[in-house]
Design a protein around this ligand. Structure first.
Ligand SMILES: Nc1ncnc2c1ncn2[C@@H]1O[C@H](COP(=O)(O)OP(=O)(O)OP(=O)(O)O)[C@@H](O)[C@H]1O
Length: 387
């Protein structure tokens, strides 16, 4: 969808900002460009919408050489989100959002209706915020308007230059997650520039790690963190890449342990005997459909003796995560609840539990698989007991 072919940019003063760049962003893919300050990320991005012209090489968008498209028309087809947002101070939020549809000649009513729809999509109630001016918004809200405006004319391509750079880390993480949810629906082809590796890893389907004017490695976040292609990339991703991998490795069903199970309507004594025989200290409580009710300790079952059912003694499950969530989230839940394990659910269905040992095993498996360049499903590893 976006294709760079041997693109170079040398500024008039002789600075080579981009040096023979070739890569592709597939339709619906989000690629992050990450690297230290001054390595050519912004130059790369601005050549796509012709705010900067390359010295040599070609850039294609949707198969069309951008140098043959009128720049103004081109920019209306490409959403652009920048750190400073660049909202018009004297226009309301609604009018700011409707900018591109209006320029494209949409009728005023249609443009404003579309803008309201987009504000809603980025989490700003158009009735509350639509008539405000940019200065009456928080930094995070302004960024959301920036995203809404870029999406208003439904461009297939979105360029984002440090889009979440101007807000504090907490708001930043929230905006990143909101954007990822949005992207799951709108599926734009996105090129996102950042100097923050965490952001690149969290947001990108693939990451391009920039050295000076060149891509040092282009691959999935897992591959870049797990198997840095060069010393430069290894230094850039840093020694704590194992920890960063927690953010990109998903919890899968194979990584889970299956603890003993009890039913809510079961007599406490029956469950107690079963747990004793299995030498287990607790069981998960599931209903007949396999949905998670909570957990019960062997101790409370033993104390109850012949009185009552498992359901009476069931405790709420505080620490749980959905299947497919990153390992980092499971780790966070364990720490937050001071728990030795965390339940994993697939919708309502209980899928298993993740223990620290299983978490470690899953992490090792994903690092090993990426380093060998083989799919995770093709790899068999020793179990925790063998380690
Ligand atoms: N108009 C210009 N004239 C000369 N050199 C320039 C010009 N614009 C940028 N450069 C140089 O080109 C190189 C790449 O700049 P660019 O802005 O693309 O980097 P970047 O990776 O986006 O950096 P940052 O993260 O700091 O924004 C830098 O060395 C910069 O000084």
């Amino acid at each position: 969808m976006i294709r760079f072919e041997e693109v170079c940019k040398v500024y008039p003063d002789g600075t080579t900002a981009v040096d023979g760049l070739s890569f592709e962003v597939a339709e619906g893919e989000l690629v992050t460009l990450v690297g230290p300050s001054g390595c050519g990320k912004t130059t790369t991005m601005m050549m796509v919408n012709r705010l900067i012209e390359p010295t040599s090489g070609r850039i294609l968008v949707g198969g069309e050489d951008v140098s043959r498209v009128d720049p103004v028309r081109l920019r209306r087809r490409i959403g652009y989100v920048i750190q400073q947002v660049g909202l018009f101070p004297h226009r309301t939020v609604l009018d700011n959002t409707a900018t591109v549809p209006s320029l494209l000649g949409w009728k005023r009513r249609r443009a404003r209706a579309r803008a309201a729809e987009l504000l809603d999509l980025v989490g700003l109630d158009p009735k509350t915020y639509g008539d405000r001016y940019p200065e009456q918004l928080s930094g995070g809200q302004r960024q959301r308007v920036g995203v809404a405006r870029a999406l208003a004319a439904d461009p297939p391509v979105l360029l984002m230059d440090e889009p979440f750079g101007a807000v504090d880390p907490v708001v930043r993480e929230r905006l990143q997650n909101e954007f990822l949810n949005l992207q799951a629906t709108v599926r734009k082809t996105v090129l996102l520039v950042t100097h923050d590796l965490e952001e690149a890893v969290r947001m990108g389907d693939r990451i391009a790690v920039y050295g000076h004017g060149r891509i040092e490695q282009f691959g999935t976040p897992g591959a870049v963190l797990g198997a840095p292609a060069t010393d430069y990339v290894a230094r850039f991703v840093g020694a704590d890449r194992g920890l960063k991998r927690l953010s990109v490795t998903e919890i899968d069903e194979d990584s889970l342990e299956q603890p003993p199970v009890a039913r809510p309507d079961e007599p406490a004594g029956v469950a107690a005997a079963r747990l004793r025989a299995a030498d287990a200290r607790w069981a998960v409580v599931l209903n007949a459909a396999g949905d998670l009710h909570g957990w019960v300790s062997a101790e409370s079952l033993a104390l109850a003796g012949d009185r009552g059912t498992v359901g009476d003694l069931t405790c709420r499950m505080e620490a749980w995560v959905p299947l497919g969530a990153p390992l980092k989230r499971a780790f966070g839940e364990m720490l937050q609840h001071d728990a030795g394990w965390v339940a994993v659910v697939d919708g309502e269905r209980f899928a298993g539990v993740l223990t620290p040992a299983k978490l470690h095993e899953a992490l090792r498996r994903s690092v090993g698989a990426e380093a060998l360049g083989v799919g995770r499903d093709q790899v068999e590893f020793e179990s925790v007991a063998d380690v």
